[in-house]
Design a protein. Structure first.
Length: 139
């Protein structure tokens, strides 16, 4: 049965027209090399990105403070690996960068709130390097 209110015909070749389906955004973009043709681009949709941020917030929520940080990072790595396997088609570089940055910010916030004495990386060590040392694997 076709849902008439949801069903529509699109011309993806027109500028600014895109289709969200199964968590992906399908649209035609201009060539990155400046050539005159366009190519079909698929990347995670805005709704899929928001769902991923919500899931990462849940994984790093204050109620997770009792979980050892290495185990928590292992859970996050496992979740991110599955997410990246699904959304790895097309050109997800921009979306992956956004997710990596969001995970780093959430883990920094999580480590700072874990106790009365907030966690800080050693002098001269960045948060990125410290999280890598604790086991975080970027997408």
């Amino acid at each position: 049965m076709v849902n008439r209110s949801k069903t529509r015909t699109l011309r993806l070749s027109e500028p600014g027209v895109g289709l969200d389906f199964l968590g992906y955004r399908f649209r035609y973009d201009r060539d990155l090399q400046g050539r005159p043709w366009r190519y079909l681009n698929l990347c995670p949709s805005k709704k899929a990105m928001q769902h991923e941020r919500d899931k990462l917030r849940e994984l790093t929520a204050p109620r997770q403070c009792f979980v050892p940080i290495v185990a928590l990072i292992g859970q996050i790595n496992e979740h991110l690996r599955g997410w990246a396997n699904y959304f790895g088609k097309g050109y997800p570089r921009h979306a992956f960068r956004q997710v990596n940055r969001f995970v780093q910010e959430r883990l920094e916030k999580h480590l700072r709130r874990r106790s009365q004495r907030p966690y800080r990386p050693a002098d001269g060590v960045t948060w990125y390097a410290q999280l890598q040392k604790l086991g975080l694997r970027p997408l």
